[in-house]
Design a protein around this ligand. Structure first.
Ligand code: CUA
Length: 310
């Protein structure tokens, strides 16, 4: 029991924000709970039948009504505003965050560093560095949960779920699956290891690396002959990420992971204006890992200034 803690360690930048909000909610709740119980007991004793004190008729006091409407309203607006701020912060990864790919399956977490090193049920990250997780599931819904970082996000099959953190303290932290996903759900656990920059570099050097996602993606791009159309009969992919894309239905969307994923698996879902629907679907032909590799490659294609913007 000496390792028992009421609260998990705080080891990421978001943890303080989340806890502060949580303590505020607890304090407000505790205050009103105590207030109500004290008043119940007080009135029960005061108007005890045997003491014979009868309550008097009460006339509406508009001032009182206004006060006890305004105070709870102000409190819940504070909760809403504060909560929204923490939520937005937790959902918005800083630009240039290090991107790590996570693939969940029954029953393990597979992670890959931008430099190619793969781990199972483990994730090594440098301290004080924003890390963005791009997560996919190859079977059912899982949920990536690191209590010490106060982050948890469902990993839903058929789409990407992202999450970010910046660890503040070197150490080893629990990783859990927080969504029931089958008979070995409880064994779908792992460890996040936060290291000083030097130790992390050493660790990277000591682990045999697979091909980095960008390079693996480049090979896939050639293997699936994507380059025979893209840039000619199909839109160029250079500088695509983050750019606005005009679709044939007049809608404009911003190209992101989700859009690229959909366009590979279901090319006709969102057609770029001015192009014929030539692209075949790659649904069922690529693993989640390959899709992530391909995306990393497409993301790495920086804009060539001469390319048209469509
Ligand atoms: Cu994966 Cu529970």
């Amino acid at each position: 029991m000496n390792t028992f803690r009421l609260f998990p360690q705080r080891a990421a930048t978001l943890a303080d924000d989340v806890d502060a909000l949580y303590f505020f909610l607890c304090a407000v709740t505790a205050f009103f709970t105590v207030l109500i119980f004290v008043l119940i007991v007080y009135f029960a004793l005061k108007y005890n039948r045997r003491r014979g004190i009868k309550p008097q008729n009460v006339h509406t006091s508009y001032l009182l009504e206004a006060v006890w409407t305004a105070i709870p309203f102000a409190l819940v607006m504070i909760m809403f505003g504060w909560g929204a701020r923490v939520y937005v912060r937790s959902q918005t990864a800083p630009r240039g965050a290090m991107e790590i790919h996570v693939v969940a399956k029954q029953w393990m977490w597979k992670t890959q560093q931008p430099t190619g090193q793969r781990e199972i049920n483990g994730l090594h990250v440098p301290v004080n560095t924003p890390v963005k997780l791009v997560m996919a599931s190859q079977d059912v819904i899982h949920s990536f949960y690191v209590p010490a970082f106060r982050i948890k996000r469902d990993v839903v099959p058929g789409r990407y779920n992202t999450m970010w953190f910046s660890a503040t303290t070197p150490g080893e932290y629990h990783l859990f699956c927080a969504e029931y996903c089958g008979s070995h759900h409880s064994a779908m656990i792992g460890q996040v290891v936060v290291m000083e920059a030097g130790d992390y570099a050493q660790w990277l050097a000591g682990v045999p690396a697979d091909e980095p996602p960008v390079r693996a993606g480049e090979k896939l791009f050639a293997r699936f002959s994507c380059n025979t159309c893209h840039g000619q009969r199909a839109p160029t992919l250079a500088g695509l990420y983050g750019r606005n894309v005009l679709l044939d239905n007049g809608q404009t969307i911003t190209a992101d992971d989700e859009y690229v994923r959909e366009s590979i698996l279901d090319p006709r879902a969102k057609m770029v204006a001015g192009y014929a629907p030539l692209m075949p679907t790659y649904q069922g032909q690529m693993t989640e890992e390959q899709l992530l590799d391909l995306m990393a490659y497409i993301k790495s294609l920086k804009s060539a200034a001469t390319q048209p913007a469509s």
